[in-house]
Write a protein that binds this ligand. Sequence first.
Ligand SMILES: [Fe+2]
Ligand SMILES: [Fe+2]
Length: 210
Amino acid sequence: MYDELIAVHTIMRRGTELTADAFTRLAAGGPVDTKTLASTARWLTTFVHHHHASEDDLFWPLLRGLFPEAVAKLDELTAEHEALDAELGGLTGAVDALTAGQAPAEAARRGTSAAEKVRDILAAHLDTEEPALADLMPRVPDADIARLRKAIVDGAPRSGPDLVFGLLEDPDRAVGHDDLASNFPTPVRWLRPLLLRRYRTRLKALGQVS
Ligand SMILES: [Fe+2]
Ligand SMILES: [Fe+2]
C-alpha cells in the first residue's frame, strides 16, 4: 500500500517537472501551445491540492491516533502542505494571466518562476514525507489497513486521466504502478491506449520531444 502512495507521488513529481519545463520553454520563445500548458498546470494544481487535502483530512488523523509519537512530524507535513498551497496559488495566478492573453512574455516568466517553486518545494516535501511514511505504514495494524486504503483511493486522481496514465509510465513505469492502476475502474483501464496517445499529443503541444 505504501507503493500506491509512491506512485501518486511520482505522478506529482513528474507533473511539476513537465509544467516547469514547458513554462521555461515558453518563456524562451519555444513552441508551446498556451491552452495546453494552462490545462496541464490547472490539472497539476488540482491534483496536488487534492492529494494533500486527503492526507490532512483522512490519512493523518488515523496515523495520529495510532502513533502519538509521530504527531509532531505529521503536523510538520501539514504545515508544508499549507506552504505549498500558497505556491500553487501563485501558479494559478500565472496561468490566469497567461490565458487572459495580456503581456504573454511576462506571464510566461511569472509562470516559470511559480512552476519552478512548486516543483522544488514539492520535491523537498515528498523527500521528507516518504521516509516518515515508510517507517509508519508497516506498523499499521491489519484492521486499519482497509480504512487507510480507502483514504488513499479517495485521494486518488479523478481528473486528467491522460496525464495520470502518461506520467505513471513516462519515462518508465513508476514504483507502485500496478498497485495504483488496480484501483482504476475497469472502463478507465480499457481506455489506457487511447489515454497514452492523448498524453503523447499533449507532450507535443507542450513542445516536449520524447
Ligand atoms: Fe503524499
Ligand atoms: Fe504530503
